[in-house]
Design a protein around this ligand. Structure first.
Ligand SMILES: C[S@@+](CC[C@H](N)C(=O)[O-])C[C@H]1O[C@@H](n2cnc3c(N)ncnc32)[C@H](O)[C@@H]1O
Length: 279
């Protein structure tokens, strides 16, 4: 608890991101990671391995960009810093511990940036208004990367703004579901627009399992967007028994693509028509 308070009060973070719950959300992830590091280990290793595989296959290594760098637990930072001239870490929040660690490496740039472009509009939302349009864009310094990694944040992008809106307003369920899909689609569109090699790591669904590991309920995390078959897939035990509840455990199905491209319209799903289609 003391560690969480320390991070809450010492991590520089703009007020709007604090109000939306991004800082406390990341501190909660850090606290859970400390409790269940052993159960998370295979997922983190798989993520780092996939990133290093992609890094070993690019021909130029001027710049690598990590979207959703967070706690840097699934990012092989030291290796990337050795292999690339510059490493750009983008997250809406960088905790104080991560900042101190990165200061030891001289080719790292950390940017606090809202990848959805939604934060301000969500805070000024009032009942009766249309839900704000996501306008995903990258800061100039992150353009033209040789490698860009969307690092286990895709499903997260819709969660915090939705929770904030649901806490303060009653939002129609279908309207909310469409909006969540738009947020995810907008991120994929941004990624598809990048000229460098793209790595995509993301949660595809969350499985709630009973004590014996039997499936109780499945939650689809990409809101109807079908990414097609992942190059690699694995399970990540996000919350073992007792972490969220004594009766169930939460396991994620993770999709990993070391060289992601936007598949055709039919593969990607129903409301994906507005995205650029790579032939
Ligand atoms: C599950 S964590 C990813 C873990 C991270 N790759 C690591 O190694 O610790 C999701 C990350 O997405 C970030 N995030 C969520 N919404 C964001 C947004 N709108 N813009 C930028 N980052 C965001 C969170 O702050 C968090 O660090």
């Amino acid at each position: 608890m003391l560690n969480e308070l320390f991070h809450y009060y010492t991590s520089p973070c703009p007020k709007i991101y604090r109000r939306l719950g991004y800082l406390s959300g990341l501190i909660a992830i850090q606290a859970r990671y400390k409790r269940v590091a052993e159960q998370w280990r295979p997922h983190l290793e798989n993520s780092r391995k996939l990133i290093l595989q992609a890094a070993s296959e690019v021909s130029q290594r001027n710049k690598v960009v990590v979207l959703g760098s967070g706690l840097l637990i699934d990012v092989p930072l030291q290796e990337l810093a050795k292999q690339f001239d510059s490493v750009i870490l983008i997250d809406i929040v960088h905790l104080i511990r991560v900042r101190s660690f990165c200061r030891k490496l001289d080719n790292i740039v950390m940017l606090e940036h809202d990848i959805t472009g939604l934060a301000e509009a969500v805070l000024s939302y009032r009942l009766g208004m249309a839900l704000p349009c996501p306008s995903a864009k990258l800061p100039d310094i992150a353009q033209d990367a040789d490698l860009i990694i969307s690092c286990n944040l895709l499903s997260q992008l819709a969660i915090t703004p939705s929770q904030y809106l649901q806490k303060h307003f009653i939002i129609d369920a279908e309207q909310l579901a469409n909006w969540q899909q738009e947020i995810i689609a907008s991120h994929l569109s941004l990624l598809a627009d990048q000229s460098g090699r793209r790595v995509l790591l993301c949660d595809a669904c969350h499985n709630y399992l009973d004590k014996e590991g039997r499936l109780l309920r499945r939650e689809e995390m990409l809101h109807g967007i079908n990414l097609g078959e992942a190059e690699q897939q694995w399970s990540w035990l996000i919350a073992p028994l007792g972490e969220l509840d004594g009766q169930y455990q939460l396991q994620s199905a993770v999709f990993g693509f070391s060289d992601w491209f936007l598949p055709n319209k039919n593969v990607i799903g129903r409301r994906f028509g507005s995205l650029p289609i790579v032939p």
